[in-house]
Design a protein around this ligand. Structure first.
Ligand SMILES: [Fe+2]
Ligand SMILES: [Fe+2]
Length: 255
């Protein structure tokens, strides 16, 4: 068994150990009356985005590309399950904020169309872009909310998304077997991140404005995580990536 295959087994165990989480309960709606309506609408869009992902698992099961095996497909299935758990948490949050869940949204649709057009590697790259967007957006939202259970739940989702970021980086890193692939990754990754950041900034502008979050602050945070992901995928020497950025997930990614 190669190191990469061992990694996928470790990732499978990692996600399996987290797969029996209970759904939370929140405080009464009174605790949330000071939060602008635009936040509920914004979270409803993310709730929709967290609900998909079945096709990537099917594609991984059938894939014959390098370093993809049954353990990777299973880890990916458990990852999608964790995203669905996020969708359930966000649904509770949206309802408690007095908002309504949505079935359609143009930014969520763009992510789905982009993923459907692509092979497994590009699908994972788009998933990685969604993780960067989610990590930054949920974190910034949490910093502007009153000290409630909702704030804690968003912080918890951010931690999960950081693990997802490392999982996807681990996969993409295993695919960087030549100079042209590395160059192509940089080109597609930066373009995808720029496009994702722009559409999310446009779609969530009201919530950002109501919470006094400047576009420049959101952009800077995305850029930091975009660069971190890029380094995790491309850096030949992992020790060149600071521990403060990698945190505990590196133990899984490199075991
Ligand atoms: Fe998520
Ligand atoms: Fe995620």
């Amino acid at each position: 068994m190669s190191n990469e295959q061992t990694n996928w087994w470790e990732w499978q165990r990692f996600f399996a150990a987290r797969s029996r989480k209970q759904l939370p309960s929140l405080e009464t709606a009174d605790h949330y009356c000071s939060i602008p309506d635009s936040v509920a609408r914004s979270l409803a869009v993310f709730q929709l985005g967290e609900s998909g992902g079945g096709t990537v698992v099917r594609q991984a099961r059938q894939s014959s590309i390098r370093n993809v095996d049954a353990h990777y497909a299973k880890a990916l299935e458990l990852f999608v399950k964790e995203e669905h758990h996020h969708a359930e948490i966000l649904a509770i949050c949206v309802r408690n904020l007095g908002g309504a869940l949505i079935q359609k949204n143009w930014t969520a649709r763009l992510f789905v169309i982009a993923r459907r057009l692509m092979g497994l590697r590009l699908k994972v790259l788009v998933l990685l872009a969604a993780e960067v967007v989610g990590i930054c957006y949920y974190h910034l939202l949490a910093t502007r909310l009153p000290n409630t259970r909702l704030q804690q739940l968003l912080a918890q989702i951010v931690e999960d998304e950081r693990a997802h970021l490392h999982f996807h980086c681990c996969f993409l890193r295993s695919q960087m077997i030549s100079g042209w692939r590395r160059a192509l990754f940089v080109l597609v990754w930066r373009s995808t991140m720029a496009a994702a950041a722009i559409v999310v900034l446009i779609d969530h502008r009201r919530a950002l404005r109501d919470l006094d979050l400047k576009f420049s602050a959101v952009w800077r945070r995305w850029r930091t995580y975009r660069r971190l992901a890029e380094r995790l995928v491309l850096e030949k020497d992992r020790s060149a990536v600071p521990d403060s950025l990698i945190e505990g997930w590196s133990r899984v990614a490199t075991s």
